[in-house]
Write a protein that binds this ligand. Structure first.
Ligand SMILES: *[C@@H]1O[C@H](CO)[C@@H](O)[C@H](O)[C@H]1NC(C)=O
Length: 392
């Protein structure tokens, strides 16, 4: 159980609070965005399906897949990983990858963490080691399974995730560089930053684990000693107001991945207000991209279209619908609009006022929690563990 939960619920609260700040003429547009975000209405045409017996899975990770009706051939694969307290279903509903799969014809796998707190194991030596076990091995297994059984293009497998899922994206880049072509991580930490006995590493989370580029790079190289192939290119996003995984982790990530690719820590380009107002996109050659979101907290909203561009999937088109699909299936013309224009996402976060009462079941405390600690009348803020207190 970890404190990354602290930043995940505030995402929704943040959107609601930002909503209040927008002027009247923007209300209709923003209101529909809020409904999309809160209602999890990034509806894809189909459903998630669980996959079992997909290979070595020592920790019991559950796997769910979204296969659109029309696939590109050969088919790229995106592994999309949830945040702490999240689930495969929540990430399926709360992100746009599945309906973009309807448009472009790639497959999305949503792993579901076995940990009781819903976080990924990004700390054990096993998970940090190529074919060494841990949650990362299950993800490697489903990728291998997908290549063997679903016609997935082995040269176009990608990983993305938020918070704990971003940390796992880093882990996969280091331990399984042979399987992935690119990664995109929203609010994570460097590969190996959580290494140690515990599920949560406060030193790393608080941005106090400082290493040299060489040390960080060596840690990545230790994930798969002897690997000489092409490494996945890597994009990472971080908010400057992140108090769950402090933004120092963004700068440590830059040290790490520029060292891995043997490039300078000075950006080759850095564009401001890209892709949103207040964001800056720094490139370090073609393989490392670091996007800093000014004033944004722990949960940087996933920019799925931007991620697809990084994965070179924006122009991917699916083939014809297979004739074996029964006539009752949803015709492609009824697929809902796929994109929320990125410019309408509020670029800044507004902290939840500490006095606003939290409703029944809501989070009211824990390491990294910056929201309200007051429960609505009739409920008590109850500590479940160091990282999570809830109004019960
Ligand atoms: C890119 O530019 C922005 C705006 O000047 C700055 O805040 C940010 O730190 C720069 N990014 C990097 C990685 O240097």
């Amino acid at each position: 159980m970890t404190g990354c939960s602290g930043g995940d619920w505030p995402w929704r609260q943040t959107i609601e609070h930002s909503f209040i700040r927008f002027k009247m003429f923007q209300l209709v547009k923003i209101f529909s965005l809020v409904l999309l975000a809160i209602g999890g209405a990034y509806a894809a045409a189909g459903q998630l399906q669980q996959v079992t017996n997909f290979g070595s899975n020592p920790t019991g990770v559950q796997m769910f897949v979204y296969k659109p009706a029309r696939l590109a051939t050969p088919t790229p694969l995106i592994v999309a990983m949830h945040y702490c307290t999240g689930t495969a279903q929540a990430y399926f509903q709360g992100t746009q990858y599945a309906n973009l799969a309807d448009t472009h014809g790639f497959i999305v796998v949503y792993p579901d963490a076995p940990d009781s707190g819903g976080c990924w194991d990004v700390h054990t030596t096993g998970t940090l080691t190529h074919d060494g076990g841990g949650d990362s091995l299950a993800i490697a297994s489903i990728v291998r399974y997908a290549i063997q059984n679903w016609g997935v293009d082995a040269s176009r497998v990608f990983a993305t995730g938020t918070s704990s899922g971003a940390m796992m994206t880093n882990v996969l880049m280091g331990a399984y560089p042979d399987l992935f072509a690119a990664g995109s991580a929203f609010s994570g930490v460097p590969y190996g930053c959580f290494a140690g006995p515990d599920m949560w590493n406060s030193q790393c989370a608080q941005g106090q684990l400082i290493k040299t580029p060489q040390q960080w790079g060596d840690q990545v190289r230790s994930g798969y000693p002897g690997f000489t192939g092409t490494r996945p290119k890597f994009q990472f996003w971080h908010g400057t107001a992140d108090t769950t995984l402090y933004p120092q982790n963004f700068w440590e990530d830059i040290k790490q991945w520029t060292n891995v690719f043997g490039v300078s820590q000075t950006p080759t380009s850095n564009t401001t207000n890209d892709p949103l107002r207040g964001y800056s996109r720094a490139s370090f050659g073609p393989n490392v991209q670091a996007i800093l979101a000014q004033g944004v907290g722990h949960t940087v909203p996933e920019q799925a279209n931007d991620v697809l561009t990084w994965f070179s999937l924006s122009n991917l088109a699916p083939g014809p619908q297979p004739t074996t699909v029964p006539p009752t299936s949803v015709p492609p013309t009824s697929v809902p609009p796929t994109t929320v224009p990125p410019t309408t996402v509020p670029p800044t976060t507004v902290p939840l006022p500490s006095g606003t009462p939290v409703a029944h079941w809501g989070q009211c405390g824990g390491i990294g929690w910056t929201g309200s600690t007051v429960c609505a009348s009739g409920f008590t803020c109850t500590k479940l563990n160091d990282y999570y207190s809830q109004c019960l």
